[in-house]
Design a protein around this ligand. Structure first.
Ligand SMILES: O=C(O)C(=O)COP(=O)(O)O
Length: 309
């Protein structure tokens, strides 16, 4: 049987070109539905995905020839990793392709929050010229607490290096990583010292709803909170409560507990989120830039060339 890849999401054409050069037949079907995918997956050696739907047991059961899942992006939370491992289905992903995008987006959210960009802009458009209530804070001299020091956390730390800040990081699964960009500390130190909290951990059973009322309660100083990781790591209502009582000075959220409309609009916390002048929202685009679109495919194609089938 010839080696065949099914692409089910929008990937830069570079991936398809490189895969063909590696001897694969490629079906590039970014509009394919889950039902259509399940009907044809038995014919493929590999599937290239982003986050259109879950790559799960049901799919694997129908895919006796599947040898790999290529995730065009970083997060593997939409793939049943344990089930794939049991069947010797290899996983490759491409966090190197969008780490710069995410690091820069986190910086953008942070600077926007600290300087009230969104609120001030909205006010002026509505005829309000208020300098006093739009005074900002400077990054210089602040302590930035990073949770998760993988590709994304490190990229964020590196990009902060020109801002004359103190960067500290905690990672439950990595130790001894202190480098030029961040100093490894305990969670207790993060809680004690941070002026900014930025999440860069994957969504797992362990991190789901990790940032809740209790987690936020222990921070000693009021913080700016940034989430470019996954929305389900955070209890949004807890964040809104902390904004109300001044423990969170602002929240920059690229990801939400529930994403996309209409489901997002139906969440009990959505109205408060919308009304808050201290929240900046972006629609899960941190890792999805015109530049990362290409870089992700380049990295993924390189990893594909290293896979042993
Ligand atoms: O790379 C990631 O983990 C992302 O969050 C990007 O998600 P997407 O592939 O654009 O749906």
């Amino acid at each position: 049987m010839s080696k065949k890849i099914l692409i089910i999401d929008d990937l830069h054409p570079m991936f398809k070109e490189q895969a063909i050069a590696l001897g694969f037949e490629v079906d590039d079907l970014p509009l394919i539905t889950r039902a259509e995918t399940l009907a044809v997956i038995k014919n493929y050696t590999g599937i290239a995905v982003r986050t259109k739907f879950r790559i799960d047991k049901e799919l694997f059961d129908l895919a006796p020839n599947l040898k790999f899942v290529a995730r065009a992006g970083a997060g593997l939370d939409n793939i049943d990793e344990a089930d794939a491992a049991e069947r010797n289905i290899q996983l490759i992903n491409a966090p190197e392709g969008n780490r710069d995008a995410v690091g820069e987006h986190a910086i953008g959210l942070l600077l926007s929050l600290m300087n009230n960009f969104r609120k001030a802009d909205t006010e002026i458009r509505n005829g309000i010229w208020d300098r006093e209530d739009n005074r900002g804070y400077e990054l210089k001299g602040k302590t930035i607490g990073i949770i998760g020091y993988g590709f994304m956390g490190r990229s964020f730390a590196k990009k902060l290096s020109g801002f004359e800040v103190n960067v500290i990081a905690y990672d439950k699964y990595k130790t001894g990583f202190s480098d030029a960009y961040a100093r490894e500390v305990s969670m207790e130190e993060i809680v004690k010292q941070s002026d900014v909290l930025s999440l860069h951990v994957p969504l797992t059973k362990e991190t789901k709803q990790m940032v809740n009322e209790e987690y936020l309660y222990h921070f000693k100083k009021p913080i700016f909170f940034i989430n470019t990781a996954r929305g389900e790591i955070v209890n949004t209502s807890a964040v809104l409560d902390k904004i109300k009582n001044g423990k969170i000075l602002g929240a920059g959220l690229d990801v939400l507990e529930t994403e996309k409309f209409p489901a997002l609009g139906e969440q009990p916390w959505f109205d408060d989120l919308k009304k808050s002048g201290k929240v900046i929202l972006t629609p899960h685009v941190g890792g999805w830039t015109f530049d990362s679109y290409r870089k992700i495919s380049e990295v993924l194609a390189q990893k594909l060339s290293e896979i042993k089938l």
